[in-house]
Design a protein around this ligand. Structure first.
Ligand code: XIL
Length: 376
C-alpha cells in the first residue's frame, strides 16, 4: 500500500514538473513573440512616464494645483495633474462671477467639469473662492442692494454652491483678500465694505452659511502677503480670535505665496510660524515664484536662475514642514506648467514660476520642492 502511494506521488511529482516546464515555455514564447511582433517602443509614452519621484507620494500633506478646464483636454497637462498632485483648485472657474450668472441663475458647466475630473481621478477639490471683492458679478453690483438684500443674496449663493458640492469639495476659501497690508479693511472697489457697518461680522456669517450647507467642509480665510505683512497678519489673527470667541467655524488660513526668488527668507519663516500660532490649518494656497524680478525683456532663464528658484522652493517647503504636522493642510501651486501661468498676463514679463516647464518636464524647482520635504 505504502509503495503504491509512493509510486503515485512520484508519478504526480514528475507530472507536475513536466506541466510547470510546459507552462513556463509557453509563457516565455508568448513574451518573446509579443516583443518581436509589437511595433510599440519598449518605454511608455513620455506623457505617462513618472518623474524621478512623485510629489504627492512624498508629501505628507495635500499637494495641490490650480487648474483650468480649457487645458484638461491636453494629455500631458491632465497626466501631470493626475500623476503628481492629490488635490485641485479651480484657478478661475469656481469664482462667483463665473458661476452666478443672474439673481436666480447659475452656470455650473465648468465648475462641474473640475469637480468631475477630480472625482474621476481620485483628487480632492479645494473650492476657491466664495466671497472676493474682485469677483462680484456685474448684475449684482448694479443692483446696489441694501445690506439685508445683499446678505440674503450672498447667503443664497453660498448655500447653493457649497450645498451642490457637499462632500465633493472638501474645503473652501470663504473670504479672500479682505485686508490691506497695513491691517485696515480693504475699502476700494469692495462692495462688502461699502454695504456693511461691520464687514467682519458679515464675513463671519458667510463662514456660518457655508458651514450650514456642508458641516464637514473645512473653511479658510485666504489672502496674499500674510507672512510678509505683519500688520495684515495681526488683523487676520484678531479676526480669527473674534470668530473663535463667537463660535464661528473657521478651520484654516491660506497665504497665497505669490513670491519671488528675492523674497526675504527669514521673514517668510517667521511669518509662517506666527500664522501657525492661531492653531489653524495652514495652506500655501497659490504658490509660484517669480524669477524675472526686473521684468526684463532680455531675461534668460539660465541654469543659475533655475537653481535660485529651486533654492527658494526648497526653503519654502522646509519652512512649511517645520510647522506642526496636524496644521499642514496643503501646498497648492498656482498652475501646473510654465506654459500656462497667470503671471504672463498679470506680471507683464516672461515668467517661469512653476514646477514643470513648457514641455511638462520637472524643473530644478521640482527637485527643490522634493528636497524640502521631510523624508520620514
Ligand atoms: C487669478 C487667476 O489666476 C487668473 O486666471 C484670473 O484671471 C484672475 O484671478 N489671487 C487670487 C486668485 O486669489 O484668485 C487670482 O487668480 C490670483 C491672485
Amino acid at each position: 500500500m505504502t509503495k503504491r502511494i509512493n509510486a503515485m506521488n512520484n508519478r504526480f511529482f514528475r507530472l507536475s514538473i513536466w506541466t510547470c516546464t510546459l507552462v513556463l515555455m509557453v509563457m516565455l514564447q508568448a513574451a518573446c513573440s509579443t516583443k518581436g511582433d509589437d511595433p510599440r517602443p519598449d518605454t511608455q509614452p513620455p506623457d505617462e512616464q513618472p518623474g524621478p519621484a512623485i510629489l504627492k507620494e512624498k508629501a505628507a500633506f495635500g499637494m495641490g494645483a490650480a487648474i483650468k478646464t480649457a487645458h484638461l483636454t491636453e494629455l500631458a497637462y491632465a497626466n501631470t495633474v493626475k500623476n503628481h498632485f492629490s488635490q485641485v483648485t479651480a484657478e478661475w472657474e469656481m469664482k462667483m462671477e463665473l458661476i452666478w450668472s443672474s439673481a436666480s441663475g447659475y452656470n455650473w458647466n465648468n465648475a462641474d467639469r473640475i469637480v468631475d475630473f477630480a472625482s474621476d481621478n481620485g483628487l480632492e477639490v479645494h473650492g476657491h473662492t466664495l466671497v472676493w471683492y474682485k469677483s462680484f458679478p456685474g448684475w449684482f453690483k448694479n443692483a446696489a442692494y441694501d445690506s439685508i438684500a445683499f446678505e440674503d443674496h450672498v447667503k443664497s449663493y453660498i448655500q447653493t454652491t457649497v450645498g451642490r458640492y457637499k462632500g465633493r469639495v472638501k474645503s473652501w476659501d470663504v473670504a479672500n483678500e479682505i485686508f490691506n497690508d497695513n491691517g485696515t479693511l480693504r475699502s476700494t472697489d469692495c462692495p462688502v465694505f461699502a454695504t456693511f457697518k461691520d464687514p467682519i461680522g458679515f464675513y463671519g456669517r458667510c463662514f456660518e452659511y457655508a458651514h450650514e450647507a456642508d458641516p464637514e467642509a473645512r473653511l479658510f480665510y485666504n489672502d496674499y502677503s500674510v507672512v510678509l505683512a505683519s500688520a495684515k497678519r495681526s488683523a487676520i489673527k484678531r479676526m480669527v480670535s473674534r470668530f473663535k470667541n463667537e463660535g464661528i467655524p473657521i478651520h484654516g488660513i491660506g497665504d497665497q505665496f505669490h513670491y519671488r526668488v528675492t523674497t526675504d527668507k527669514s521673514t517668510i519663516k517667521n511669518g509662517l510660524t506666527d500664522m501657525a500660532s492661531t492653531g489653524l490649518l495652514i495652506h500655501l494656497s497659490e504658490l509660484d515664484i517669480i524669477v524675472n524680478v526686473l521684468q526684463s525683456e532680455s531675461y534668460a532663464f539660465t541654469q543659475a536662475e533655475a537653481q535660485k528658484q529651486a533654492d527658494m522652493y526648497r526653503f519654502i517647503v522646509e519652512s512649511y514642514e517645520s510647522l506642526p504636522d496636524n496644521q499642514k493642510f496643503a501646498i497648492t501651486t498656482w498652475g501646473v506648467t510654465d506654459k500656462y501661468t497667470w503671471l504672463t498676463d498679470y506680471w507683464h514679463a516672461k515668467e517661469y514660476p512653476l514646477l514643470f516647464d513648457q514641455n511638462y518636464q520637472e524643473k530644478e524647482a521640482y527637485r527643490g520642492f522634493l528636497a524640502g520635504l521631510k523624508n520620514d
